[in-house]
Design a protein around this ligand. Structure first.
Ligand code: SAM
Ligand code: SF4
Length: 312
């Protein structure tokens, strides 16, 4: 389905839980989140209903995210049922990778083709700091298991001034020997701990990587390759180069709200509805998708949720 600005909306990102086994400083509060009642989050059947309704409107790609999607007990079953929905061509997961060694095989069998794994640093003490207690070794084992299982793997790295901006070359170097993508994501102001002072624009990251050749862009990511590298490097620049004209996605939160735009306060509640009602509400969300967000003007998001409660 096409939105009011001529964009074809084909992609839905679904947060299956707000909960997480890490507490990244730029994503969620130190105290974590209050666990919701079972009844206050979308059930497996409701998620599947929403995907079926969305697929009838032309959504063909689903990404499961969170919070941490692999802490959701029935994630494998949700993926398997999604893969059986006609019209759904691609199922992806965004994960911190910690639990991937336990899940990689069953997710692959359930129809997941791609995993994006978050990794902001290659230094154990920094990893523990930014995730408030996570183990780099566990994340690396997750990445290794994803590659071994045959997923198409992308690493997401958020570059934060004064924290990991000295690791850009090292992170980019992960693409030399493996056919994986690393995507540098600009830091967005989703929590009070993020300030404009920590923001690093993609072009500054590019400056650190002189031996790099441009490739065709991939969705909202500008793509490059290091000389002789097997994998690719992507830049996702929601702040410095608002890519809203290319945006093809809507989001569904774990508590059942559609978000037409990550950075808008607008939300549409779709729980406790018939399939037809759900479908109409999803169509409303697509039609009401704003033309653009204003992050680049004032480094402020209008969203009322931290990232773990939206699904990045
Ligand atoms: N737990 C999973 C993970 O970390 O990959 C999935 C959920 S997480 C919210 C999805 C993505 O959002 C991660 O790649 C994370 O780095 C990114 N993210 C979270 N907060 C962000 C922020 N303030 N700015 C930019 N990216 C952010
Ligand atoms: Fe958890 Fe992912 Fe947010 Fe980190 S970025 S706190 S792993 S949801």
């Amino acid at each position: 389905m096409t939105d009011s600005f001529g964009r074809e909306i084909t992609y839905m990102r679904i947060s299956v839980t707000d909960l997480c086994n890490l507490r990244c400083r730029y994503c969620m509060p130190a105290e974590g989140v209050v666990k919701k009642n079972h009844d206050d989050i979308m059930s497996e059947d409701e998620i599947i209903n929403a995907i079926e309704a969305a697929s009838e409107l032309g959504i063909s790609k689903i990404r499961f995210t969170g919070g941490e999607p692999l802490v959701k007990k029935n994630i494998v079953s949700i993926c398997r049922r999604t893969s059986e929905i006609p019209g759904i061509k691609e199922i992806c997961i965004t994960t911190n990778g910690i639990l991937l060694p336990n899940f990689a095989d069953s997710l692959r069998l359930a129809g997941v083709e791609r995993v994006n794994i978050s990794l902001d640093t290659l230094r154990p003490e920094r990893y523990s700091y930014i995730t408030r207690g996570g183990s780099l070794n566990d994340a690396v084992k997750g990445i290794e298991s994803a590659i071994r299982t045959g997923f198409r793997v992308k690493i997401n790295a958020v570059i934060i001034g004064g924290f990991n901006d000295d690791e850009i070359s090292g992170l980019a170097g992960l693409t030399m020997n493996d056919d994986i993508d690393i995507r540098f994501i600009e830091l967005m102001p989703m929590t009070e701990t993020v300030t404009a002072g920590n923001f690093v624009a993609s072009r500054k990251i590019l400056d650190v990587l002189p031996d790099i050749e441009p490739l065709e862009s991939d969705g909202v990511a500008e793509m490059y390759r290091l000389k002789n590298a097997r994998g690719r490097i992507g830049f996702i620049s929601p702040v410095s180069d608002s890519f809203c004209q290319k945006c093809n996605r809507i989001r569904l939160t774990a508590d059942g709200y559609l978000k037409p735009c990550l950075h808008s306060a607008a939300e549409i509640f779709i729980r406790h509805k018939s399939r037809e009602e759900m479908k109409n509400l999803i169509a409303d969300a697509i039609i009401s998708k704003p033309e653009r967000h204003m992050l680049n003007e004032n480094y402020h998001t209008d969203s009322l949720r931290t990232m773990n409660r939206i699904g990045g």
